[in-house]
Design a protein around this ligand. Structure first.
Ligand code: FE2
Ligand code: FE2
Length: 351
């Protein structure tokens, strides 16, 4: 069992909230705001500094929390407002063991923290989850960045993240996966990771063969890749899109299909990406497919996609409880295959 708490020192508590959530998932976390002193303080097992180190008082506050003369023995992760040589030197002088830019995703910071302090015996299951989310995010980031610049997709790189996702959900459970992914800042990545996690739980529950599981999770991870070429102001707009914006947004399945076709992707994944917004009654898009024209993979993926979209966490809206999301899926009779919706509900309950 780890001795001492992980201290999170922050002068921007709003931005640190997601990091706090994730640190709490791996151990005891004490958050110290910008005006609090080291009163009642016990020796930390690690310190994460989210302070503006160019401010002298921030440096003094951080020093007050580092056990005297023992700096090198305590993992100290510094999130830096700038990564200039001066700031990096300052952080190293304070005993920083790892430095990240301030905007680094929380799970990457926590992954580094786990590397330094080891998983807590009280929750060894969080480790594969943090590793799985980190791996999948790296892959998604490379994928979206490459596609945004007009490139194609390196499918073998993507495939290397499928087993870590399935292992994370199998060993850590879907709830830990969702809690970790919900801390993600970027709405599109958060959504793709949610769909991938939910999809993994679904196929594990359905007892798919390894190869079929990976194939399905791959479709889930890729399904919205066309959004890489949708303007960010539309993607990240809080609230409803207007008619013109909706028209642009609705191009993403075809854009994704074309990117993947040019990348040499297989037909099942191509179909899943192009058709994940189709509905059995023909009311979906882009091709208005009806009934038997919609493959089983697409039927499964559409359910995962809608559920993930409903339960997403955004700064501007409260998350929808899973039970309410399931009620919406169940109300979509005629559009979704109800037999699969029921199996999906069972899979979520079993998580
Ligand atoms: Fe989509
Ligand atoms: Fe989606």
């Amino acid at each position: 069992m780890r001795q001492g708490a992980i201290y999170l020192l922050t002068d921007r508590p709003d931005r640190s909230a997601a990091l706090e959530t994730l640190i709490k998932a791996i151990g005891q976390c004490k958050v110290v705001g910008s005006s609090e002193e080291a009163v009642g303080y016990t020796k930390p097992c690690a310190i994460v500094s989210d302070l503006t180190l160019t401010r002298r008082e921030a440096v003094s506050r951080l020093r007050a929390f580092i056990p005297h003369g023992k700096a090198a023995e305590i993992p100290l992760i510094c999130l830096l407002r700038s990564t200039s040589d001066r700031d990096l030197r300052l952080a190293r002088d304070l005993g920083a063991t790892v430095c990240f830019p301030a905007y680094t995703a929380p799970h990457i910071v926590v992954n580094a923290l786990l590397d330094q302090i080891g998983p807590d015996e009280s929750d060894p299951k969080i480790l594969p989850v943090v590793q799985g989310v980190t791996r999948a995010t790296e892959v998604l980031t490379g994928l979206f960045d490459g596609v945004r610049d007009g490139g194609t997709i390196a499918l073998p790189q993507l495939d290397a993240s499928l087993d870590p996702i399935l292992s994370a959900v199998r060993e850590g459970g879907l709830n830990r996966w969702l809690e970790t992914v919900w801390t993600h800042d970027d709405a599109t990545y958060q959504h793709c990771l949610l769909v991938a996690g939910v999809a993994a739980q679904f196929v594990l529950h359905l007892g798919f063969r390894t190869e079929d599981r990976e194939h399905f999770v791959r479709s889930a991870l890729l399904h919205d890749v066309g959004k890489a070429r949708i303007p960010r102001e539309i993607l990240n707009k809080p609230g409803r899109l207007d008619a013109d914006e909706t028209t642009i947004m609705r191009q993403h399945p075809v854009i994704g299909y074309e990117i993947l076709r040019d990348s040499g992707c297989d037909a099942t994944t191509l179909g899943a990406v192009r058709h994940h917004h189709e509905m059995l009654d023909g009311s979906g898009y882009p091709d208005g497919l009806v009934g038997a024209e919609i493959s089983d993979t697409v039927r499964l993926l559409t359910i995962c996609d809608i559920y993930a979209a409903l339960t997403e966490r955004r700064s501007y809206k409260p998350p929808m409880p899973p039970r309410d999301a399931m009620a919406i899926l169940e109300s979509m009779q005629g559009k979704l295959e109800m037999r699969l919706v029921q199996r999906f509900g069972d899979a979520m309950l079993a998580s």
